[in-house]
Design a protein around this ligand. Structure first.
Ligand SMILES: [Zn+2]
Ligand SMILES: [Zn+2]
Length: 582
């Protein structure tokens, strides 16, 4: 037989048969007859058994004989080429085994995704890999793959809404047409949607990187996971596990704002968090194949950096959000007397489990509760920038709102911790990030390492109190502490005339050491910092600093008359106002 259409590189078997059909003006069921997919290889409905999944040797030989296309090329068009890498088709050749394979393996056995731009360029060649479960983004066009036909609402290449694709002996479906039969007999020709005209959304770069890595694994490449080299099948098990872990704990995770995910993916995430499968035991579970490319893309926000990490340290960082979400989900279940693991049924490979343990050693601090707190509907994100947060929460606010959560903690430690917690609430991604966001000198920050392990009995209530603090700071201005620090950095001593005038009003003797202490006191008041960090008290800026400087300052601060304190604060606010700073 002379064929007008040879299989294209990477083409799926179904695609090739459709293109043959277009060329021969024959419906696919007739093409299957002509090319030698004989009766014995068909089910009662006319579909060749395992069509597109695997080609039995006898059928492959028959098709080779009829078409002159080699068995090797015919086999390369079947999903079975991925057996042993990203698929495990063991047992498919028995009836029960096939049902299990279809239920458990991450492949689209009865439908396909598609890149419309690739279809347009190739004139309708459907890639085989578009039928893999983690087919998400086109590496060439950097767009999400399309799942569902926008006209008929049915998955691409499914055939009919009710039952899966049957190779029709009467209906010819052009390769660039949807052709799903959803409205028969009113439109017997099937859905007319042009598949190459379906609109797509841009895919972020990290998602394309994940897609390329997954396709390398699918083709049998050696992979890495942290510091380990892994066979492709084991790497895929790690990817699958992290996606399932993400899905199981999604309500404790927040999609990062700067992920580049299109809105369709964020919507899919939100819908899956609210989906009914979470409330009932059924076919669908966290370990199931996420149905759409959009949902797979959203879940991959957390999984991609884990499976693409260069080294174990990066791996532990990457898995931390999911690891903390699992810990919080567990703690919450225990509180409700539910002993079921949130990961029930998810098979977690030892390498993933080890990475999770490294990321969250034992118990989780307050930050693990941040995402659930900020994603709750009652929560309004503060309109504060980092510049509006003091380096130390002032003593009154701390006593009012937060001291109760930190029994046995020195107030000065607790006040610093509260400022950093507020920075976390305002978007700092880690404790070191919070330290630098608040402009705290790095040499001071070393002592703050322990904050990551602070334990608070009721983290939710603590975060609510921090949010109340944020509201207070908003209502008070907000104050730009960064600008204040910059403006007052030169204030190492009160200017002589001003100092004499203020002291005269308060009936205090205006001495030089006091002028310096007053500068330090004012800086501490206005910038919300620790007094030890005041420019006026630094040895480098105080050439004749006496040995007892700290004790002397503390005495000054403790005994400053209220009148002087009030007029000093007024003078400082005027200086700032002149510089246009509030
Ligand atoms: Zn493409
Ligand atoms: Zn359609």
């Amino acid at each position: 037989m002379a064929l007008g259409v040879a299989p294209a590189p990477g083409e799926s078997f179904a695609s090739w048969i459709d293109r043959l059909g277009a060329d021969m003006a024959l419906p696919p069921g007739r093409v299957a007859d002509v090319i030698g997919l004989g009766r014995e290889a068909r089910a009662n409905d006319g579909t060749p058994l395992l069509f597109g999944v695997s080609l039995p040797p006898s059928a492959a030989l028959a098709v080779q004989k009829a078409t002159n296309v080699s068995v090797a090329r015919l086999v390369a068009m079947q999903l079975s080429v991925f057996d042993g890498t990203v698929l495990d088709l063991a047992g498919w050749d028995t009836h029960a085994g096939l049902a299990r394979v279809k239920r458990k393996q991450w492949a689209l056995f009865l439908r396909s995704r598609a890149c419309p731009a690739c279809l347009a360029q190739s004139g309708g060649v459907w890639q085989l890999w578009w039928r893999l479960g983690v087919a998400v983004a086109c590496p060439v066009h950097k767009t999400l793959l399309a799942d569902v036909c926008p006209s008929c609402g049915v998955a691409l290449r499914r055939g009919t809404a009710a039952t899966a694709r049957v190779l029709s002996r009467t209906l010819l479906i052009p390769p660039l047409t949807c052709g799903n039969r959803t409205d028969w007999p009113r439109s017997p020709a099937g859905c007319r949607q042009q598949v190459d005209a379906i609109e797509t959304q841009p895919a972020p770069g990290w998602l394309v990187d994940l897609q390329i890595a997954y396709l390398n694994a699918a083709r049998g490449a050696q992979m890495t996971f942290g510091d380990h080299r892994l066979p492709p099948a084991e790497w895929f098990q790690c990817l699958r596990a992290v996606i399932a872990m993400t899905r199981a704990t999604a309500s404790y995770l927040t999609l990062p704002g700067r992920s580049g995910l299109p809105a369709i993916a964020r919507d899919a995430w939100g819908a899956d968090v609210a989906a009914s499968w979470r409330r009932s035991v059924g076919q669908e579970s966290a370990r199931s194949l996420p149905r759409s490319a959009a949902l797979m893309a959203a879940l991959s926000v957390f999984a991609a950096p884990v499976v693409l990490a260069r080294g174990d340290a990066e791996l532990a960082d990457a898995i931390r959000p999911v690891a903390e979400a699992i810990a919080v989900a567990r703690a919450e279940r225990r509180q409700h007397g539910d002993s079921n693991s949130p990961l029930r049924g998810v098979r977690v490979p030892p390498l993933v489990e080890q990475a999770r343990m490294r990321a969250v050693p034992y118990r989780v601090g307050v930050v693990a509760h941040l995402a659930p707190f900020t994603s709750s509907s009652a929560y309004h994100p503060p309109r504060l920038g980092f510049q509006h947060i003091p380096q130390v929460v002032c003593a009154e606010d701390y006593q009012d709102l937060l001291a109760v959560f930190l029994p046995g903690t020195l107030p000065r430690t607790g006040r610093r911790y509260a400022a950093l917690a507020l920075a976390r609430l305002c978007g700092a991604t880690s404790w070191p990030d919070a330290v630098s966001a608040l402009g705290i000198p790095p040499e001071r920050a070393r002592a703050l390492g322990g904050f990551a392990s602070f334990r608070i009995a009721d983290p939710q209530a603590f975060l609510r109190a921090v949010a109340v603090l944020a509201e207070r700071l908003e209502q008070r201005g907000p104050v730009d502490y960064t600008a204040r620090r910059a403006a007052l950095d030169h204030l190492v001593i009160l200017p002589p005339e001003a100092w004499r005038r203020l002291c005269g009003q308060a009936r205090v003797v205006a001495t030089w050491p006091r002028a310096r202490h007053a500068a330090a006191w004012l800086w501490t008041e206005l910038t919300g910092g620790y007094w030890e960090e005041a420019p006026a008290l630094q040895e480098a800026r105080w050439p004749a600093r006496p040995l007892g400087w700290a004790r002397l300052y503390r005495t000054f601060a403790r005994t400053i008359p209220a009148v002087l304190a009030g007029s000093l604060r007024g003078w400082g606010t005027d200086v700032l106002a002149e510089a246009g700073i509030r």
